[in-house]
Ligand binder design. Structure first.
Ligand SMILES: C[S@@+](CC[C@H](N)C(=O)[O-])C[C@H]1O[C@@H](n2cnc3c(N)ncnc32)[C@H](O)[C@@H]1O
Length: 296
């Protein structure tokens, strides 16, 4: 019987599989063309002379290959974000979550830890920091920490600068949050929104892969918004399990409206408000994941 010879897989197909394994991200059509723009700089950094050598490096298991895969995936992820995106949830953060977290931190006697996981260019982490700066204004220095992380090195570099030239950064901020934007940012002559240095110094940013990077722990509030929606079900389950482990019992998880956390995990308590849903790790949960609940 004749068998058709199989066409060898292209670099594009093999890299897509590698990206899925390493980052959980299913690359969208056209990613290769967009990623190619950074190939020359990556080749210089890795002292690689040809495109073929770069492709072999990306698909091989040499030290540093994983980092390189994360780097390229980070170039092509969707990074849409803005200050105080999702006002109803930001209101709940201000009125319910942060006051409660402050009391917990005071009882515990250690800083309240706030994490924007998948922060893109940083607007979400700065929104969180503005709300925390207000809530903790009488608590003294060091009462809270804010960390913003993303897989994209270029987005994290942008976040660290805290300068937003695109109009969308502060576009559509609801009236309730405008005084905070006025207090903690300024607008330069070209119309860019610039985060004030003091607030900027209160937020630490890091490049971090949520699926396979170092595990976070001891968080009181995690915002992981509009990240799950881009991942296939298996990677969603991995991510939610890691977020669970990162939280203190009683800690809060805020996801985006389209993230559909309940499809992969029912262990969190759901706090449903008319305008938004919050998730909370039960107070009687251990600090580590104790099996069960995760699906997919
Ligand atoms: C649409 S943005 C969301 C930004 C912000 N959280 C918001 O809701 O406004 C999604 C971000 O998730 C990041 N991301 C996707 N997969 C990731 C992974 N495996 N590890 C870390 N970040 C990831 C992307 O780089 C992107 O910046």
């Amino acid at each position: 019987m004749l068998t058709c010879p199989r066409t060898p897989e292209s670099f594009e197909q093999r890299f897509e599989r590698r990206a899925l394994e390493v980052t959980g991200v299913r690359l969208a059509p056209g990613w290769l063309q967009r990623a190619s723009a950074c190939f020359p700089s990556v080749m210089r950094e890795c002292s690689v002379a040809s495109r073929e050598e770069l492709e072999a490096l990306l698909l091989g298991d040499r030290a540093g290959a994983t980092r390189l895969v994360e780097r390229l995936v980070g170039e092509v992820t969707v990074k849409e974000t803005r200050l105080f995106r999702d006002a109803p949830q930001m209101r709940l953060l201000r009125r319910v979550v942060l006051p409660e977290a402050r009391e917990v931190g005071e009882r515990r006697g250690t800083p309240v830890r706030l994490w924007s996981a998948g922060c893109a260019t940083g607007e979400e982490a700065y929104s969180l920091a503005m709300l925390a700066a207000e809530e903790f204004s009488h608590s003294g220095a060091g009462a809270f920490t804010v960390v913003g992380t993303d897989i994209s090195a270029s987005a994290v570099a942008h976040a660290r600068r805290g300068v937003y030239r695109h109009r969308s950064a502060a576009l559509g901020v609801e009236e309730e949050f405008e005084p905070l934007v006025d207090r903690y940012t300024r607008t330069d002559a070209d119309g860019a929104t610039i985060i004030e240095p003091e607030l900027r110094s209160q937020v630490r940013f890091a490049v971090h892969n949520l699926i396979a990077g170092p595990r976070m722990s001891g968080q009181d509030v995690v915002l992981c918004r509009n990240v799950l929606v881009y991942l296939p079900r298996e990677a969603q389950a991995t991510l939610v399990s890691r977020l669970w482990d990162s939280l203190h019992p009683g800690g809060w998880l805020l996801t985006g409206e389209a993230d559909l956390l309940h499809l992969v995990c029912n262990d969190f308590e759901r706090w449903s408000h008319p305008s938004a849903t919050l998730y909370r790790k039960p107070l009687d949960a251990g600090t580590g994941r104790e099996g069960g609940g995760l699906r997919g």
